[in-house]
Design a protein around this ligand. Structure first.
Ligand SMILES: Nc1nc2c(ncn2[C@@H]2O[C@H](COP(=O)(O)OP(=O)(O)O)[C@@H](O)[C@H]2O)c(=O)[nH]1
Ligand SMILES: [Mg+2]
Length: 297
């Protein structure tokens, strides 16, 4: 697996490299996972790119619930122009390119007003591991594979890829560390493959995923596995394993094999187009916190 573990040293190094690269670019493309925009975002970035042009890309839209993705587009549009994209097919990238061109023109107009020549506009892509950075670089560069690595701090000559006349893309993406804000965020990052599920216990990751699927996608779960939904997530998990025949001699369900299977089916998008987060989940929390503050006053 190519995903690295994030120790404080890694984060410090990633941050240092990111700051260096940011000095050179005009426009930042921030990649989020459309299934978990909240958990795949890193609030540190807001401070780092305050004075940059920014475009938010909700990637892997093919794996997410399109209605909920629209809610997230509205939500993030308040901050920066936001587009749902499927980097595998290129769907949504035309709109992203139009926005990049618009921003590039504005930057050059500003330069000209100050009596300076227009110049190449420089872009970079930023996101947590596995969100699709390399895939997007390859697509914008119109090539099939990048030698881009997931390790932060890999020193090598910076390369600029020509996207089109006047538009250059930094060959190495900015890698943000995933946030470990609370357990649910960690489990959602693991369920979608952003952090190695082995870092946590795979059975636990699959347990929480099953719990969310029962809550958010019960119909899909029922149809895809051809099972009845039961009340308890753990029992539900066992039922899915049993259904697939993952049994030991004696009849006990092979939990680890079951967990791996559930995670794989979900990550491959086979259970359905399922989003694990929607904006409302976080607005509610915020309101509750505000209410609590009011009460304790
Ligand atoms: N289904 C789907 N998979 C994607 C999409 N974009 C990237 N991927 C997959 O996500 C995985 C991680 O992509 P990669 O570009 O290596 O991510 P990086 O770690 O951010 O550079 C790969 O298996 C890609 O094929 C997308 O839009 N849809
Ligand atoms: Mg990569």
């Amino acid at each position: 697996m190519k995903t690295i573990q994030w120790f404080p040293g890694h984060m410090a190094k990633a941050l240092r490299v990111l700051k260096e690269h940011l000095k050179m670019v005009d426009i930042v493309l921030e990649l989020l996972d459309a299934r978990i925009p909240y958990s795949s975002s890193n609030p540190e970035l807001d401070k780092l790119i305050e004075n940059k042009d920014r475009i938010v890309i909700l990637n892997k839209k093919d794996l997410a619930d399109s209605q909920i993705t629209r809610e997230w587009v509205d939500y993030y549009n308040q901050k920066a122009p936001t587009f749902p994209v499927n980097t595998m097919t290129g769907s949504g990238l035309k709109e992203v390119m139009e926005e990049i061109n618009r921003k590039a023109d504005q930057i050059n107009e500003r330069l000209q007003k100050r009596g300076r020549n227009s110049r190449n506009i420089r872009l970079m892509i930023i996101g947590i591991p596995n969100v699709g950075k390399s895939a997007l670089i390859n697509r914008l560069a119109k090539r099939s594979s990048a030698k881009v690595e997931n390790r932060p701090g890999v020193t090598r000559g910076k390369q600029w890829i020509k996207v089109k006349e006047g538009l250059m893309l930094l060959d190495s993406p900015g890698i943000l560390w995933p946030k470990f804000e609370n357990q649910d965020v960690g489990y959602r990052l693991a369920a979608t493959g952003a952090i190695r599920s082995e870092v946590l216990d795979e059975r636990e990751v699959a347990y929480h995923l099953t719990r969310w699927l029962m809550d958010k996608a019960a119909e899909e779960l029922k149809t895809f596995f051809d099972v009845e939904i039961v009340e308890d997530p753990y029992e539900m998990m066992l039922a899915l394993g049993r259904k697939r025949g993952f049994l030991m001699s004696g009849g006990r369900v092979r939990e680890e094999q079951t967990a791996k299977m559930i995670l794989k089916e979900f990550r491959d998008g086979r259970i359905g187009q399922i989003s694990l987060e929607r904006p409302l989940d976080f607005e509610k929390k915020h309101e509750t916190a505000v209410e609590k503050n009011v009460k304790s006053d």
